[in-house]
Design a protein around this ligand. Structure first.
Ligand code: AMP
Length: 187
């Protein structure tokens, strides 16, 4: 699949919806970076940087890092040389973050893919994956936070005609094909 000049995509969905996996797959196909803010923050924690120290406890309890900190992180990453297109995985997560992103990209976003997966399946998947912040109570907390803070983005991007729904309750390969189809129509 040949990349259109810049794909600027956002992958939206609850924890366990498979958006990280699909972002990596599509990144390899399109040759644009998959940018996971969760991975960036985990790397900061592992490196023991100032940012890492600041966000460690917040991440452990499944809460969101504040919008201002995230704006700095994303602004800096998107300014890097290798970025003309991107697949954002895990950002934006609030309406405020969506407004920030709008400013950073000057309103030039191509599509937002929403990964739909039933709640019981999300819990099953995240429990099986078991990262450090994946204790059951924390998983439920992360889902709650998703519904409260992030789900409003479904309407936000729906109104802007950017939203494409992906049935995420399928095999990885099947979902990858749906993603490709959804993005193919994006350019
Ligand atoms: P993720 O790997 O995307 O599930 O992110 C793991 C954790 O990093 C989240 O539970 C949040 O604590 C934090 N995080 C990642 N992205 C964001 C974001 N856009 N806004 C606020 N917190 C974030």
């Amino acid at each position: 699949m040949k990349p259109p000049p810049h794909d600027r995509l956002v992958f939206l969905g609850p924890p366990g919806s498979g958006k990280g996996t699909q972002a990596e797959i599509l990144s390899a196909k399109l040759g644009v970076p998959a940018i996971s803010t969760g991975d960036m923050l985990r790397a900061a924690v592992a490196a023991g940087s100032t940012l890492g120290e600041r966000v460690d406890a917040i991440m452990r309890r499944g809460a969101l890092v504040d919008d201002e900190t995230m704006a700095e992180v994303v602004r800096e990453r998107l300014a890097a040389d290798d970025v003309n297109g991107f697949i954002l995985d895990g950002y934006p997560r609030t309406v405020d973050q969506a407004e920030t992103l709008h400013g950073i990209v000057d309103g030039d976003l191509h599509a937002v893919l929403l990964f739909d997966v039933p709640e019981e399946e999300l819990i099953r998947r995240t429990l099986a994956r078991r990262r450090e912040d994946d204790e059951e109570e924390v998983i439920r907390r992360r889902l709650e936070v998703y519904h409260r803070e992030t789900e409003p983005l479904v309407d936000y991007y729906g109104r802007r005609d950017l939203l494409r729904r992906i049935d995420g309750h399928r095999t990885i390969d099947e979902v990858a094909r749906l993603v490709e189809g959804a993005v193919g129509g994006a350019g």
